[in-house]
Design a binder for this molecule. Structure first.
Ligand code: HEC
Length: 198
């Protein structure tokens, strides 16, 4: 093979690698979607925990907090989803609201998050291509002491009367028995692949 032909091959191979690949995210895309996902979930967390803190710390009422969560969690994530042109969801293997259950793609990521958490690592936010046109972002949701009022142990951190209210709204509730610091769930955001690359 002549050296000039070899050089041409190397140049061509490099050029091909630069082209956005339909099957994977480019490093730039990865960076942008990670950033975008973090912004969205931080905004959603701020709104949700702001409402919760108001009910619990200002109104001093866990029942108001429960109603806030049950009436507003879906609404808030829906309006943020519209504002950010993304689908924002909170999910877990032990859900309070069955509408938040893991889908098939989420189950795989969740298993990985659990494995990392069990090994003593904090799962890092991550992005992946769900299909040609959709990007998925995932980030862990950890429990803080305040969360124990509704996700801890009934009769200990959860007041029995408060739990009756939770059960009247969520007869299939599975989201108790946790400790502060536990991995409670994860954010699952999906957005169209439009930021760059395509
Ligand atoms: C005042 C009670 C209350 C407190 C405090 C509370 N939650 Fe919840 N949580 C709920 C209710 C009610 C739902 C169901 C919301 C819905 O219908 O989507 C829920 C749902 C969730 C979900 C979605 C998955 C599921 O089980 O349906 C996650 C994740 C979650 N909570 C995490 C937290 C974290 C983290 C904290 C602390 C920062 C917290 N919660 C504090 C009442 C509470």
């Amino acid at each position: 093979m002549r050296p000039s032909f070899l050089i041409l091959l190397v140049v061509l191979a490099a050029a091909c690698r630069q082209k956005p690949d339909a099957a994977t995210l480019t490093p730039e895309e990865r960076q942008q979607y990670l950033q975008h996902g973090k912004e969205i979930t931080q905004a959603a967390f701020k709104t949700l925990s702001g409402e919760l803190k108001h009910a619990i710390l200002v109104e001093q009422s866990i029942p108001n907090g429960i109603r806030t969560c049950s009436q507003k969690a879906g609404m808030l994530t829906d309006s943020l989803s519209r504002a950010y042109h993304a689908r924002i969801k909170r999910t877990s293997d032990k859900v309070r609201n069955p509408a938040n259950a893991l889908d098939e793609a989420e189950k795989l990521v969740w298993a990985d998050f659990v494995r990392q958490h069990t090994a003593g690592q904090k799962p890092a936010p991550r992005v992946s291509l769900l299909n040609d046109t959709t990007v998925a972002f995932y980030a862990p949701i950890m429990l803080k002491p305040l969360c124990m009022k509704c996700h801890g142990t009934v009769g200990q951190t959860i007041d029995t009367a408060d739990y009756r209210l939770i059960q009247s709204l969520y007869p299939d509730d599975r989201a108790t028995g946790y400790k502060a610091g536990d991995l409670r769930g994860m954010w699952s955001v999906r957005f169209p692949r439009t930021l760059s690359g395509q």
